[in-house]
Every structure is written in structure tokens, then in C-alpha cells.
Design a protein around this ligand. Structure first.
Ligand code: PEP
Ligand code: MN
Length: 359
């Protein structure tokens, strides 16, 4: 997929910082929309966002003002010169957004999960030169995210970007949606010219975490940030806990550090080179150790086969895991990491022993 348009558009903007999309979760009234927009005028925010159709988890909560709010966004553009962005979730929304000349259309996480809905929207906006940003699906499924992006591309929508808003998880965490940074990194590896915007508001679900998540996004070279902004966040009709005031957004923008894409000085380059060589050596040692461990595992497998003993020895496995978590902690390695790593090792060991016992 050659997706150079949105990237070129971004480059042509010549911003000395990543793209900032800001504005309320929902367009509540004309007054509220214009108030936020005027406070965002002359800040780093180039694009004004506001939800017009709101995908709510439960019925009976505020579901957006619908088409009535689209002229308010046109007013934002006239009065502030900012570009405008709304979420579209079906063909009807898509047509209306185009009719009211909204500049950027985004596909919400609840829509990206559904290929039928995505295709319906892609058909409705076929060939548009509007910018379309595809949020990641609610579940951590990279292929589903890629699929949605491809559906637009196939319909001649080439001004494409992605929004990383985190993933729903049953695990308790400090995030509303866990970031799982490796997923947008994998998306970037697949489509290097596809700009990715980070949405710290929906990742955090609170105001406090927004700065740190934004800084991580910049450290990982995301091309932009989408941050929910409201003049009176506590009174917001949706996502009240995570919206910040325009004044706070300005502070955050001042404090965020934009990193250079690469080392420039010769001296730092050779230092980096030496460190990378060390890493390569360590990685090779790791592989050798793992392979040696696997040989022992296979010897145990043979013994189990001879005595017809079950592959899974749960008490022993729990003991290893507990022990490694403790030792890992002493070495400054997180429990989550140790668990993931040893579960993967254990799974591979089971596969090897299964082959021996049954093979
Ligand atoms: C939003 O941007 O307000 C929104 C509903 O986001 P998401 O689709 O990421 O939940
Ligand atoms: Mn929201």
C-alpha cells in the first residue's frame, strides 16, 4: 500500500511538532463548541475534533446532536481557521460529513471491529480526497486494523492515517484501554508511510496520565496526538474524567519533548554502534541458553515417555514461575514481563515434550 498523501500533507504543513487534534469528546451545543475552538485557536492544535454521533456503551446516555451539530463545526472553521474532524460510523454519517465539508473523518474503535460497517463507509466515500483516520479496533487484533485500512485504500481513499487509542482488556490496569505499543509499532513496520496519531485520552480514561502517554508516543515517533479538550471537563456530557482544559493542553504541549529521528553526532553514532554490538552478542547468548535448556527439556520428555508420566507437572511449573518472578524482581524485571517470557518458554517446552511422547 502506497499511502503518501496524508504523509505529504503533514510534511507540507511544516509543523515543528507532531500534528495536534484537540476538541471535546462530544459537540454538546454551538456555544460549547465555539468556546473550546476559540481557546484552541493560536495553539499547537491544527485540527478541531468533536463527536457528533456518539457510540455509547449503554442506551439512554448522550448519543450526540447528530446532523444539527455539523454547521457548528463549519462555524469553527470560519471563525478560527482550524480544520475539523468528526467520527463517522455508517454510510449516512459519511454522506453528511462530506456534505458539510468536514476535513477529516475518523472511524471509531467500535466500527473498525466490523468489516461490514467499514466496507459500507468505504463504499459511501469512495474516491474522496478527505483525510480518513482509522482507529484501532477495541480488541488487540492488528489484522483487523490493517483490514479496515485496506478496505478504504481499495475504494480509492488514499489520504489515510491511523489512530492508536489502546485496547480493551479484562486485566485490571491503570489504563482505560491498554496501549500495547507493539501493535502500532507493527502497523508502522507494515505501512511505513502511514502516519499514526496517538489518542492518550481514550488510553488513559483520566486526565493524570495524558502527559506520560503523549511523551511515550512522541518517543516512539508517532506523527500526532488527539487529545480531548473541554472548557469545563467535569461537566462534559461524555468522557468527563479524561477531558482536559485548553489551558492544560497548552502546558502539556510546552512540556512535551519532541525527539530527533536519529543520532546525528559522529561520536554518539559510534557509541551506539558499540552498544548495539553488545546487544547482538547478548541476544545470541540468550538463544544458545534457550536451546540448551530445550535439550534438557527433551531429556526430561524421554524420561516421562519411558515411565508414561504426564507432560504437565503443574506444581513444578508454578514453583519455577514463582521463583523466577522473585528473582526477576531483584534484577529490576517486571512481573508481567517474566510471566510472559516464562509462559512462552513453558509453551515451547510442552510442544517439544509432546512431540517426544507422542511422536
Ligand atoms: C472518541 O474519540 O470520542 C471515541 C468514541 O473514541 P473510540 O472510538 O476510540 O472509543
Ligand atoms: Mn471520547
Amino acid at each position: 500500500m502506497e499511502n503518501k498523501n496524508f504523509k505529504t500533507w503533514l510534511d507540507n504543513m511544516q509543523l515543528n511538532h507532531p500534528l495536534v487534534i484537540a476538541g471535546p469528546c462530544s459537540a454538546e451545543s454551538e456555544k460549547q463548541v465555539l468556546e473550546v475552538a476559540h481557546e484552541l485557536k493560536n495553539t499547537d492544535a491544527t485540527v478541531f475534533r468533536a463527536g457528533v454521533w456518539k457510540p455509547r456503551t449503554r442506551p439512554g446516555t448522550f448519543e450526540g446532536n447528530g446532523v444539527k451539530a455539523l454547521p457548528w463545526l463549519q462555524k469553527v472553521k470560519e471563525e478560527t481557521g482550524m480544520l475539523t474532524a468528526v467520527e463517522i460510523a455508517n454510510a449516512q454519517h459519511a454522506k453528511l460529513a462530506l456534505e458539510f465539508d468536514i476535513d477529516i473523518l475518523w472511524i471509531g474503535a467500535r466500527t473498525t471491529v466490523n468489516p461490514f460497517a467499514v466496507q459500507e463507509i468505504a463504499d459511501a466515500i469512495q474516491g474522496t480526497d478527505k483525510i480518513v483516520l482509522v482507529k484501532n479496533p477495541i480488541n488487540p487484533d492488528l489484522a483487523l486494523w490493517i483490514g479496515a485500512i485496506e478496505r478504504f485504500y481499495k475504494m480509492g481513499v488514499t489520504n489515510l492515517g491511523a489512530i492508536h487509542r489502546g485496547f480493551s482488556s479484562f486485566r485490571k490496569s491503570k489504563y482505560r484501554n491498554i496501549p500495547s505499543w507493539q501493535i502500532p509499532i507493527d502497523l508502522k513496520a507494515k505501512f511505513p508511510t502511514l502516519p499514526i496519531i496517538n489518542d492518550p485520552s481514550h488510553i488513559c480514561g483520566n486526565r493524570e496520565g495524558i502527559f506520560d502517554v503523549s511523551q511515550t508516543a512522541l518517543d516512539l515517533k508517532f506523527e500526532g496526538l488527539m487529545i480531548e479538550t473541554h472548557c469545563n471537563p467535569d461537566e462534559a456530557w461524555s468522557d468527563a474524567a479524561q477531558q482536559i482544559k485548553p489551558s492544560r493542553l497548552i502546558e502539556i504541549m510546552e512540556e512535551l519533548k519532541v525527539r530527533k529521528p536519529r543520532f546525528e553526532k559522529e561520536e554518539s553514532l559510534s557509541k551506539l554502534d558499540a552498544l548495539r554490538k553488545e546487544i547482538n552478542e547478548k541476544d545470541e547468548q540468550l538463544l544458545e541458553t534457550l536451546a540448551e535448556r530445550m535439550q534438557i527439556i527433551e531429556a526430561i520428555g524421554k524420561a516421562k515417555k519411558e515411565s508414561n508420566v504426564a507432560v504437565l507437572q503443574n506444581t513444578r511449573w508454578q514453583e519455577i514461575l514463582k521463583n523466577m518472578i522473585e528473582k526477576g524482581k531483584e534484577q529490576g524485571l517486571s512481573q508481567i514481563f517474566i510471566e510472559k517470557m516464562f509462559k512462552a518458554i513453558h509453551q515451547e517446552s510442552i510442544t517439544h515434550q509432546e512431540k517426544i511422547i507422542n511422536g
